[in-house]
Design a protein around this ligand. Structure first.
Ligand SMILES: *[C@@H]1O[C@H](CO)[C@@H](O)[C@H](O)[C@H]1NC(C)=O
Ligand SMILES: *[C@@H]1O[C@H](CO)[C@@H](O)[C@H](O)[C@H]1NC(C)=O
Ligand SMILES: *[C@@H]1O[C@H](CO)[C@@H](O)[C@H](O)[C@H]1NC(C)=O
Ligand SMILES: *[C@@H]1O[C@H](CO)[C@@H](O)[C@H](O)[C@H]1NC(C)=O
Length: 362
């Protein structure tokens, strides 16, 4: 559930993954070489990987249960295991060319609220498609409700979903015959594939899903491929992993970030070493996708104004939310517009000389 990092109104917040990509919630998988990418999606001016990718995370309206716990104070949130604002299209057109990818987190909200999750998602999706058409490799990832949002947007905003009973369900993936030829799984280590195929490590918490019938009926099969399916508590088969046939867009109906970061008791979330290994694969995959994108902010000051670190994470687990931590946003929250008048240099850079000297001394 929920989004995070540079704010999109219902917006996007940025997560920087400098240094510790594994902290980047998400999920993800295979690495395609930059050459593959370029030949598939167009040209990228540089063959260098971007080692400091910054990903926008879509925030969403407060869920019913969070709103109940935090009364009227906040308007939107992003579960920290995976940030908001009310913006027009221009906002996304200006921000996306600075980012290296976008994440649609899971959660619980409707797609019909004005200035909401789905409207913001529409802008992000459309701008991401345009960027890719211009030859920029701009990846998008959707988890759970984010998966549903991707397919909803791809289906031109038509409600294509089926009702599903898949709450608290731990499942192995039923892979399709040719899943290994997908980008998401082509380079997945064999042990990760074996775990996903045989152990109930994927955490499912959804009341809607997309069936093969919905997929075909709404024309999604033309542009998207299915890599795995699953059955809900009533035996209804639903699609659990997808990727766009030509664009670097990926969706999973389950929650890799929950294995890694959500610890509320009584939930069917495996924290076994195998579950962690498999979940981390998805996170690594998506971060590696973002590394293929060389876009950047104009300056470090510009990055600092936008990143999620400007917002405190609230320990929502204390109120027995399903999320351990959330970024909670008041109405009309915006980026920092002013930074301290004297903007100190990064400590590491300032100390570089000192460290060198010490080393030489020894
Ligand atoms: C969103 O912005 C529009 C126009 O800028 C404004 O009319 C509307 O009240 C805002 N909505 C929210 C929920 O802040
Ligand atoms: C959105 O859809 C839900 C479910 O159909 C409905 O209950 C709700 O009233 C709708 N909200 C708006 C703002 O139309
Ligand atoms: C999606 O497919 C299921 C069966 O697979 C069906 O029951 C449901 O009505 C479909 N939803 C829509 C919106 O067509
Ligand atoms: C977790 O999901 C599996 C089915 O995939 C089920 O066998 C098990 O009973 C579930 N556990 C709980 C606590 O619901």
């Amino acid at each position: 559930m929920a989004p995070s990092t540079v704010l999109f109104t219902v917006s996007l917040v940025l997560v920087t993954i400098v240094g510790t990509p594994e902290r980047l919630f998400v999920e993800s998988a295979t690495v395609i070489s930059s050459e593959d990418h370029r030949s598939r999606v167009g040209s990228s001016s540089s063959s260098q990987l971007n080692e400091e990718p910054i990903i926008g995370v879509l925030a969403q309206e407060m869920s019913y249960s969070l709103a109940e716990k935090y009364e009227e104070t906040y308007e939107s949130y992003i579960a920290a295991s995976y940030v908001k604002i009310n913006k027009t299209r221009d906002y996304y057109e200006a921000l996306l060319p600075k980012l290296n990818g976008a994440l649609f987190p899971g959660g619980a909200t409707w797609f019909n609220q004005s200035n909401g999750y789905a409207e913001a998602g529409r802008h992000i999706y459309d701008v991401a498609v345009e960027l890719n058409a211009q030859g920029v490799y701009f990846p998008v990832w959707g988890t759970c409700l984010g998966f549903e949002l991707l397919t909803y947007l791809a289906a031109d905003g038509n409600e294509h979903r089926a009702h599903c009973s898949s709450n608290n369900q731990g499942l192995h993936l039923d892979f399709t015959a040719d899943f290994r030829t997908s980008r998401l799984f082509a380079k997945a280590p064999e042990d990760v594939v074996q775990i996903l195929a045989n152990e109930p490590v994927t955490a499912n918490f959804h009341q809607f899903c997309t069936t093969e019938q919905n997929f075909t009926e709404y024309g999604l099969d033309r542009e998207w491929r299915v890599m795995s399916t699953n059955k809900d508590w009533n035996g209804l088969e639903f699609i659990s992993t997808i990727e766009h046939k030509t664009l670097p867009f990926y969706g999973v109906q389950f929650h890799p970030e929950k294995n890694l970061y959500e610890w509320v008791r009584g939930k069917n979330i495996s924290h076994s070493p195998h579950a962690i290994r498999a979940a981390q694969y998805f996170a690594d995959f998506f971060v590696n996708e973002a590394r293929q994108n060389g876009q950047h902010f104009a300056s470090e000051v510009d990055i600092d104004k936008h990143v999620i670190y400007n917002f405190p994470a609230t320990f929502t687990g204390l109120k027995r939310s399903a999320f351990e931590q959330c970024y909670l946003f008041e109405p009309n929250v915006d980026y920092l517009d002013e930074l301290p008048p004297v903007y100190p240099p990064r400590v590491a850079a300032a100390k570089k000389g000192t460290v060198k000297k010490l080393a030489t001394g020894v």
